[in-house]
Ligand binder design. Structure first.
Ligand code: GLC
Length: 416
């Protein structure tokens, strides 16, 4: 691959560095985001290992005493971002933060880097372990082996159409007036709608009113959906944690094995025989989502291959219906929108996880296709936040950390 793009990608990571942590992009997201940081570390690891470790270490500096690693860490107060620290009031941890988490990619990235620096990996293992245990206690209190989200933002896939139906249970009548900042910076056609934002805020107020008490939130929130994406990412991270625990000690590996066994069984609860794909499950109504999404194809990343042919057919349909793989939502569905955030666009860090899972199960053909499309999108449209699967146009913010990181991880010769 041309070094021109690699140099640009390294420059983006350096420019987005705020001193030990990176922001996803300069103006739109001026704080440290959880899974963004995990991917930032993947990118830094290709040219500055020390800085890669720092990214994960600073993320865990904000870990709450109960184990939660928050989805946003507010080290500074940036009035250009809404909702910021004064709205969230997530003050149960050592640093101001939001009151929810995000998909736990960090354990997988730490394993990716561990061989080069086992001591630094070792120091992180108890923290990662505590975070995973938090997911089981706080987001799977019934022990079903699937992981709930209490806010669309907790999935990292904010306005996915799969959240529309469960979101209707959220009362937005008391949200009142507020001023969004995102739509002033990015084309509103690419951002979530006001009705989505009303729900996002109502759920922030809901948690805040309960002092972010994890058990109260889990018991009372109207929005409690077992997310196929978060479940797959946690299961994968548990396997990576186990491998590191076996190599380096520091954690109770039998407990990790038990959690993995529980999740391997639980994962089948998400299989939707009508769609022939893994789908999210609304735990308040016990209804499976009627549509798959790109996260359904993370089953392989999670080490699950129980319905190989059916899931491959669904993935192949997604890819055939678009020019660039992998659309985040069914490109043949009425709710598909190729440029509106998580209602269709391609996100490269999703591609990286989906492709690696496929490679683990021998599908190098699909790995190659997804990797090639991902690199082609950057060559065509730069380091955008995300891209249209229909024509590859750049969408959302630019000079984006995780897009740069995926370029570095893939262009640097990372292969299946
Ligand atoms: C948006 C994305 C989320 C990401 C954040 C920062 O909220 O949906 O996944 O972590 O922006 O990039």
């Amino acid at each position: 691959m041309t070094t021109h793009f690699s140099e640009q990608a390294m420059q983006i990571l350096r420019d987005n560095d705020r001193g030990g942590y990176t922001v996803p992009t300069a103006s739109l997201y001026p704080y440290q985001w959880n899974w963004d940081s995990a991917f930032a570390a993947l990118g830094f690891a290709t040219f500055d290992e020390d800085r890669a470790w720092q990214e994960i270490e600073t993320l865990f500096e904000a870990q709450w005493p109960d184990g939660m690693a928050p989805h946003i860490v507010f080290r500074v107060d940036e009035p250009t971002y809404f909702p910021g620290p004064s709205v969230w009031q997530g003050d149960l941890g050592p640093l101001p933060s939001s009151g929810i988490s995000q998909p736990p990619v960090a354990g997988t990235i730490v394993r990716h880097m561990a061989a080069g620096s086992p001591e630094r990996a070792k120091a992180l293992l108890p923290k990662i372990d505590a975070w995973h245990r938090w997911f089981h206690a706080a987001r799977d209190p019934q022990g079903l082996g699937i992981t709930a989200i209490t806010h669309p933002w907790e999935s990292g896939r904010d306005n996915l159409p799969n959240w529309d139906r469960p979101g209707q249970a959220v009362d937005t009548s008391t949200v009142g007036d507020y001023e969004r900042r995102d739509t002033a910076m990015v084309d509103p056609e690419m951002r979530p709608l006001k009705e989505d934002y009303d729900r996002y805020l109502a759920l922030v107020y809901f948690g805040r009113e309960r002092g972010w008490d994890r058990d109260l939130v889990a018991a009372e929130t109207p929005f409690f959906v077992a997310d196929v994406g978060t479940t797959a990412i946690l299961l994968r991270a548990e396997r990576d944690l186990l491998a590191m625990g076996e190599a380096y000690g520091e954690i109770d590996v039998d407990a990790v094995r038990d959690r993995i066994a529980l999740m391997e069984d639980g994962f089948e609860r998400l299989w939707n025989p009508e769609i022939k794909a893994y789908c999210s499950l609304d735990l308040r109504t016990n209804e499976l989502a009627e549509t798959a999404s790109s996260a359904s194809f993370l089953a392989w990343y999670a080490g699950i291959d129980s319905h190989h042919d059916e899931l491959i057919s669904e993935l192949t349909r997604y890819i055939a219906a678009a020019q660039f793989a992998v659309p985040s939502f069914d490109p043949e569905h009425a709710l598909y929108d190729p440029i509106r955030y998580w209602r269709g666009p391609v996100w490269l860090m999703m591609n990286w996880m989906i492709a690696h899972g496929l490679a683990d199960f021998g599908r190098d053909d699909l790995y190659d296709r997804i990797r090639a499309d991902s690199l082609a999108l950057i060559q065509k449209s730069g380091f955008a936040e995300y891209f249209s699967p229909a024509d590859g146009q750049p969408c959302g913010g630019d000079s984006f950390t995780w897009t740069a990181a995926i370029w570095l991880a893939w262009a640097d010769g990372d292969s299946a």
